[in-house]
Design a protein around this ligand. Sequence first.
Ligand code: FES
Length: 544
Amino acid sequence: MTTDKCNIYIQSENRTISVEAGQTLLEALVGAGVLLRADCGGRGRCGKCKIRIIEPGSVDSENELPESGALTREEIEDGYRLGCRLDVTGDMAVGIPESSMLTPEVAQKGPTTLPDTIPVFRAAAAPFGIAVDLGTTTIALYLCDLNIGKVVSSISLRNPQVMLGDDVMSRITSVSQNPGTLKRLQKMAVKAIEWGVDSLCRSSDVDPHTIDTMVIVGNSTMVHLFLGQDPSSIGVFPYEPLFKDERSVTAGSLGLTFNPDTAVRTLPLISGFLGADIIGAALAVDLGNKAEGTLLADVGTNGEIIFLGKNGFSATSCATGPAFEGASIRHGMHAISGAIDAVKVDAQTGRAICSVIQKNPKQPKKVSGLCGSGVVSAVAELYRAGLILKDGRFNAKAAPDLFQYEEELPEYILAPAGETLSGNAVTLTQKDIRAIQLAKGALYAGIQMLCSEKGYERPSRLLIAGAFGSYIDKEDALTIGMFPALPSDHIEIVGNAAGAGAVLTLFDDNYRKKAQALVRDTEVLELALHPDFQDIFIKSLAFP
Ligand code: FES
């Protein structure tokens, strides 16, 4: 890749940024701290990253045809292009419409699930701290008042790194193939966090200079990328991270500008695929004091599972992929306005009745796509209605008018063209169902294998954590077989426990010691290489 520099003049901000050529305009802007919406993660589908090109006068980009649905003919004639489809090849001048900018209104209020009583053990030198759950797909931030031990406000946004790869393996591969990518990924994470901090401080009238400490949890690859450390070793046998210990640096050394002196801490890692996020989640749910047989699964783009057996903790990971968070899904999006978050099928007609997130009731209710809980809900409901078969294929013959076809493959219509923002139907595709099957199959197989390796038939209790976790319906998850069929009251959805662990560590330094003890006391099992894993995984793909 060329490392030529190009200048981009941003008219709306009256400033010029210098960026590397060869990346998309969207990547370049996000890397410079100009956070655009990019609801579809740079796939050219949502149309939210539209930018007006002022100079040069004529540019070509993919998806510029109005038929793509992302831009109208008038917009194209007015010089609008999709930032995610346009490569930076020379100097440019651009105008960014307000509607393309990420704003707190379009980000999501972060899910907070915290123990009822949060102990406060220290008198803070400065009043505020920030806890961050840096996920592969979703970043959740919590502004915390350290004096009174309270989360003041929270927000979550899509990790802009998805533009350079949906999952950790694809990001590791891009870093291994092009060392320049590490810097770009690190900058994207830093700028997204900075944007989140700024939004939280503004909404709560807090001076960002008073932020004393920041605690970050995330999977091992995310922690490496955030700290600017090469995660390549995690991608090759024996999948070891470059470091496992907790790290403590200053915000300024990472490029965070709100207060360069803020102490930034990352919790320790267990292994290449068991990161600071599962540690944070285990601390938050106080796993050590749960009953024998309790299993905690932190479900993100990578599933991390920790089990409390009679001989202590054991843990494994499974590659669930980003489907549960609405990514890698044809019309998938973050859980923001316009996203379908739950689906019911009309028993008479078989048509979908969708619940759609709408932050501003005054705006017309238009569907943009579906978020993680919406995808799981749609698959579960269509399976219950007999429109999806046990093996995951659509039963389109039963009701052909409920489907549209692309390249002869059926797609179930969730919202017809007239009800959507783009003017194209929002659908559930066969590939989407496949992505959910692969995700739930991996999670189910991971849970079963970990239990049987430790001599248990199944867990006695299940705690399901994840940024998506607060919104997922337990019955839907059981319908599609995401985890073993335990009685419903033995399954608890605990929300973003990893983020809660970061919050607790902010409030009480003792949690750092507890995190280290957890790393030391946890046995790691690499089950993906186990001879039985593939068999259980394949069997888990079908719906129960
Ligand atoms: S991010 Fe460019 S169209 Fe969605």
